[in-house]
Design a protein around this ligand. Structure first.
Ligand code: URA
Length: 238
C-alpha cells in the first residue's frame, strides 16, 4: 500500500501539491469513485486510477539505456560533478533510478539505469558472468602475445587474477591500436588496469554491449531511451 498522491506524482503527473489540487477539483478516480483524500493508501498494482477520466498506466520500475558522455559520473549524487541522473528528464528522475554498475568519468557508451534493485543485483554479480564488451584505443602496439595474456588471466596491480577475457585486435601500428575487449567482471578501472599490467595505456574507452544488449547507435552521447520489451526480456533471463 502506498499514498495515492505519491504514486501519481512518481508517475510524472506533477508534484504532490499539484496532485492535491487535482483531487480538490474532483479529477481523480480510484476504482470508479472520486477521490476526496489525496493521502489515501492504495495498492497501485490492483487499483484502477483515472485522472480526468483517463486511466493511468501504473509501473513500478523503469529501465533505461544511456549513451554516457565523458565528463559525467556514474552515480546518483556527487558534490562536484554532473551525474548521469542529472542528464535524465524529471519524468524519469521521479522513479529514483541508479546506474547498473559504473563507467569511469572519461568512459563513454552503454550504461543501463533502473530502479529495479533485484535486476541490478543479478547484473552486477560476478556469479552470472554477464558479458561487457568495450571498444578501446591503446597508446601502443597490441599484439598476439597480449591476446594470450588476456586469455590466461591478467594479474592486476593489487595481485587479483582476472577471469579469462577476450581481446580482439581491430587495427594496430607501432604506437596505436584499436581493440575490442570482452570481460565478465567489473572491477574498479578494470580494462585500464588490465592494459597497465601489460605496460600499455587505454586512451579512449567505450562500452558497446552489456549482457547481450547493444548500444543503440541512434543515441548521441548524453541521450537515453527506455529499453524495449525484447531488451528487457534479455536482461531478465539472467
Ligand atoms: N574498465 C575501465 O577501466 N573503465 C570503465 O569505465 C569500464 C571498464
Amino acid at each position: 500500500m502506498e499514498r495515492l498522491d505519491k504514486i501519481i506524482s512518481n508517475l510524472g503527473y506533477g508534484s504532490r501539491k499539484e496532485v492535491k489540487a487535482l483531487v480538490k477539483k474532483g479529477l481523480i478516480e480510484v476504482d470508479g469513485i472520486i477521490v476526496k483524500d489525496n493521502g489515501m493508501n492504495i495498492d497501485p498494482e490492483n487499483t484502477n486510477i483515472k485522472i480526468n477520466g483517463e486511466e493511468i498506466l501504473y509501473r513500478k520500475y523503469i529501465y533505461l539505456m544511456m549513451n554516457k558522455p565523458a565528463g559525467v559520473i556514474s552515480a546518483t549524487h556527487d558534490s562536484r560533478d554532473e551525474t548521469v541522473i542529472d542528464l535524465l528528464e524529471v519524468d524519469h528522475q521521479v522513479f529514483d533510478p541508479f546506474p547498473v554498475g559504473r563507467l569511469d568519468k572519461d568512459t563513454v557508451g552503454l550504461l543501463l539505469l533502473t530502479n529495479d534493485g533485484e535486476l541490478n543485483h543479478r547484473l552486477i554479480s560476478p556469479k552470472w558472468h554477464v558479458d561487457k564488451v568495450y571498444y578501446a584505443k591503446i597508446n601502443n602496439n597490441v599484439t598476439e602475445k597480449d591476446i594470450l595474456a588476456f586469455k590466461k588471466g591478467i594479474i592486476l596491480d593489487d595481485g587479483y587474477k582476472c577471469l579469462e577475457a577476450k581481446l580482439e585486435i581491430l587495427s594496430n601500428s607501432e604506437d596505436n591500436s584499436e581493440v575490442r575487449i570482452t570481460i565478465q567482471e567489473g572491477k574498479y578501472h578494470q580494462v585500464k588496469r588490465m592494459f597497465e599490467a601489460l605496460d600499455k595505456k587505454v586512451i579512449y574507452l567505450k562500452r558497446e554491449e552489456f549482457g547481450g544488449l547493444y548500444l543503440d547507435e541512434e543515441l548521441e552521447e548524453g541521450e537515453y531511451r527506455e529499453l524495449t520489451e525484447e531488451e528487457l526480456s534479455i536482461l531478465q533471463s539472467y
